[in-house]
Design a protein around this ligand. Structure first.
Ligand code: GDP
Ligand code: MN
Length: 380
């Protein structure tokens, strides 16, 4: 889950990383009030889940409340790479002497966290990495060893930081960033720019913070930060119902149990000459509730012309899923034809149940390929 800048900064603050004071607002009037409260110059910052806001006109310096209100008016509603601005972060402006770049992410190959640090911050880091790789200091952190003081020094000297005051502050900040990264189960913590003020203070002026979705159950406070309005409507409904769903472009709705099986189902639909309309994983369950929720979300997509149910029973029992399907069909009106393939644990019982009930528009096929072909045929 990607966090907004203001949310990432909230986490930074919790871990003792220096950030500026600010206020979250949603209207020009609130922006004016926030600027009044903060006093002096403020920065009006678009809160969207994408980078490059500055270049897109989503970051503006304001001299005072009136100016802040005007900038807020200009920035609210702005489309930044497909993200419409609905929230602003009004922050006490900082004086900037230098802009650095510091990030912490995963190097999956090395199975270690990876720090990247360069004095050439503020701009596109990809450019620095491509054109001047020697300016970019990289450092792996062994998860068992943790981030040690000698590593902080290596990182800082590696990037060529010579000022002693800066060295000390950055070492401390990097250690705190590592703690935040580990304790929040982050996938990415990026500070660009990490600034040095004219008085020599180091602080985080921006934040990109991504938390591992699979760890959110451990962090209810972070999970709560999710902004459902930032997702497409189908995915929003799916999240509310706890259904794993990704919208795709085709016409065959797909539902399976287990991510791997669903991925293969997408392939088989393509092999049969069709296009999947979505990825939807029922997970380990197959109870009526889960099936109803999933069917509701899939069939709400107007592009869907047929629905393919692909279940391989392991722990999940096929008779249970068959009951789920039948109950779901009693509760919902589904216009599209449904093709079902059941295999594995209690598959025969499951198929027998479907055959006995024989709801209209439901087709049972013996194999995955047969089922995919049928679903494609039925989705003209
Ligand atoms: P991004 O464009 O989405 O990465 O947004 P940032 O928060 O990184 O802001 C972009 C740029 O705006 C920064 O690199 C700074 O140069 C400038 N900026 C942001 N906040 C301030 C501030 O408080 N004072 C000054 N002088 N410039 C700022
Ligand atoms: Mn930035």
């Amino acid at each position: 889950m990607d966090l907004y800048e203001y949310q990432g900064k909230e986490l930074f603050r919790r871990f003792g990383i220096a950030v500026s004071e600010g206020r979250l607002v949603t209207s020009p009037e609130e922006a004016r009030t926030a600027a009044q409260e903060l006093g002096g110059q403020v920065v009006v910052k678009a809160q969207v889940l994408t980078g490059g806001r500055g270049k897109a006109g989503g970051i503006k310096l304001a001299e005072g409340p009136e100016d802040a209100e005007q900038h807020a008016r200009d920035i609210l509603g702005l489309d930044i790479r497909g993200h419409v601005v609905r929230k602003l972060w009004i922050e006490a402006a900082s004086e900037i002497e230098r802009e650095y770049y510091l990030s912490l992410t995963f190097d999956r190959g090395e199975k270690k966290a990876l720090f990247m640090f360069t004095k050439e911050g503020g701009v596109d880091i990809e450019e620095v990495a491509a054109e001047r790789p020697e300016a970019l200091a990289k450092l792996h952190v062994d998860p068992l060893e943790g981030f040690q003081a000698y590593q902080a020094r290596r990182l800082i000297y590696g990037a060529g930081i010579e000022d002693e005051g800066e060295q000390k502050q950055i070492a401390k900040l990097a250690a705190r960033l590592y703690t935040a990264f580990v304790e929040c189960d982050a996938m990415l913590c990026e500070v660009n720019p990490l600034i040095v003020t004219p008085s020599g203070e180091v602080k985080a002026l921006d934040s990109k913070f991504t938390v591992d979705d699979n760890a959110l159950y451990k962090h209810p406070d972070i999970a709560e930060m999710r902004d459902l309005d930032a997702y497409p409507p189908e995915e929003r409904a799916a999240r509310e119902k706890d259904v794993t769903y990704v919208k795709l472009d085709g016409e065959v709705g797909v539902l399976g149990n287990g991510a791997g099986l669903v991925m293969s189902t997408l392939d088989v639909v393509a092999l049969a000459g069709g296009q999947p309309a979505n990825f939807c994983d029922l997970g380990g369950g197959g109870d009526a509730e889960g099936v109803v929720d999933a069917l509701e979300i899939i069939s709400a997509d107007p592009q869907v012309k047929s629905i393919l149910f692909n279940i391989f029973g392991g722990i999940t029992r096929c008779d249970e899923v068959a009951r789920g399907i039948l109950q779901a069909l009693e509760r919902l009106t589904i216009e599209e034809p449904i093709v079902v393939r059941l295999d594995g644990t209690n598959a025969e019982e499951g198929r027998a149940l479907l055959k006995e009930a024989a709801p209209p528009n439901l087709h049972v096929e013996p194999t995955m390929l047969d089922a995919a072909r049928r679903a494609v045929e039925l989705a003209p």
